[in-house]
Design a protein around this ligand. Structure first.
Ligand SMILES: C[S@@+](CC[C@H](N)C(=O)[O-])C[C@H]1O[C@@H](n2cnc3c(N)ncnc32)[C@H](O)[C@@H]1O
Length: 406
């Protein structure tokens, strides 16, 4: 496709034909949580502590589609004003119905706008979510720079972009469909893709990959089209991802799927190699994991706009900070919980006692006094596992808590 306008128009047409995500509309609070959309949980992870609530918390969902993420952002941040922008009027129409049905419409503003024109809103945001969008822009670098300009100093951004190695079968099928499909006819593209998957040999690698990994998601045409019939997709490697980030002026604050990136996950049986890997610069450690486990189909991560208020991590600061149980876990009060990622966790009796004292009312020092035998390292371990948030000292803990259905 030749120029920026053509690409943008083609992407808009795709999502007008197949608004995404095709999640059904429901009434009331959306189920569960996604911690990446809960601003204090994101701050706790990315900065090491939760910042004082902004007097007016403004959140941008850039490329909000049919508003699934926008709806969660509003529910998980009950004092926030949320703005969702998207190119697709069909997607925005559904998003509007969604936020009306879930009861947050008065705090959500939706607008048809390209994220490259986001400065026309004349507003700054303390939190920006941009999931599954930048890789569909003709120039993702320019898109990220535009978002960076409206991110308030000290604010956080959560980004999701596609990864190259885990998507090569998808890219090949996209290419095949693109060669056979009448230009711009996305419905025909879906039909061609479905025929190919139905009739290529069962042992064909593209067919095998689709069956093993994606078929369940792809029963709906909108999901199939988003994957295989896309007019524009730029995939990233760790190296090109960090080039993208470098050009934005923002600071990388960590991947939001940290389990994938743990070196021990693959190297634990080889202690010498693990030790050597730990000596590599951080980006090369990521490159190593990417090379060894090419299942990765996307990158999801936090960026921040300096100056950032990070927890300094010294003992005095820890003792003076105010711990509070994470709102993104399920099953409390019990020793068997689901954590921020819905993974099962079994607490020791002492950890349970510690967590029960972490109500956001007193400092870590005071909590340690109340739980005989507890140590600062145990508090840090709960924090590292995101079961506990640390509030920056001197601030009153969060008043309004999100609600969700278990
Ligand atoms: C894959 S969907 C993701 C939707 C949503 N963020 C989610 O994750 O559920 C991509 C969305 O980005 C929108 N989009 C693509 N380019 C855009 C741009 N330049 N500005 C605003 N939205 C854009 C599309 O219209 C589409 O709704």
């Amino acid at each position: 496709m030749s120029n920026t306008l053509d690409i943008t128009k083609a992407v808009q047409n795709l999502y007008n034909t197949y608004p995404f995500p095709p999640e059904p509309l429901t009434d009331g609070t959306p189920p569960g949580y996604n911690w990446r959309w809960c601003v204090p949980a994101a701050q706790n992870f990315a900065l090491g502590w939760v910042l004082p609530p902004a007097p007016a918390l403004h959140i941008l969902d850039a490329g909000c589609g049919t508003g699934v993420g926008t709806d969660y952002l509003a529910h998980l941040n009950p004092t926030a004003q949320v703005t969702g922008i998207d190119l697709s009027e069909a997607a925005l129409e559904i998003a509007q119905k969604r936020v009306v049905g879930s009861g947050v419409a008065e705090r959500v503003k939706l607008a048809q706008l390209s994220l490259t024109d986001v400065q026309t809103l004349s507003q700054q945001f303390q939190y920006i979510n941009c999931v599954g969008v930048l890789h569909h822009l003709p120039n993702p670098q320019a898109g990220l720079r535009a978002l960076a300009e409206v991110l308030a100093p000290g604010g956080l951004m959560h980004i999701f972009v596609y990864a190259l190695w885990g998507r090569w079968e998808i890219r090949l099928m996209q290419k095949a469909i693109g060669l056979l499909q009448p230009a711009g006819d996305y419905r025909a593209g879906v039909s061609i893709g479905r025929q190919l998957f139905a009739h290529l040999p069962a042992e064909n690698r593209l067919v095998r990959r689709e069956k093993e990994r994606w078929a369940l998601d792809n029963t709906r045409d909108a999901t199939f089209a988003d994957m295989y019939v896309h007019p524009q997709e730029i995939d990233y490697t760790v190296q090109t991802l960090f080039e993208l980030i470098q050009g934005s002026g923002l600071e990388f604050l960590g991947f939001s799927n940290p389990r994938y990136w743990q070196l021990e996950r693959l190297l634990a049986p080889m202690p010498e190699l693990l030790a050597a890997a730990r000596h590599l610069p951080q980006q090369q450690q990521y490159e190593l994991m990417e090379a060894l486990d090419p299942e990765l189909t996307h990158f999801e991560f936090f960026l921040g706009r300096p100056p950032l208020s990070r927890c300094p991590g010294d003992e005095t600061t820890w003792l003076q900070s105010i711990p509070q149980r994470s709102m993104c876990m399920m099953g409390w009060p019990s020793r068997s919980l689901l954590d921020y990622d819905y993974q099962p966790v079994d607490l020791t009796p002492l950890e349970q006692e510690l967590l029960s004292q972490c109500t956001g009312e007193c400092t870590v020092a005071a909590v340690l006094k109340q739980v005989p035998g507890a140590t600062l390292d145990q508090v840090k371990s709960l924090h590292k596992r995101q079961l506990l948030w640390l509030n920056k000292p001197g601030i009153s803990p969060l008043g309004d808590r999100p609600e969700w259905h278990e």
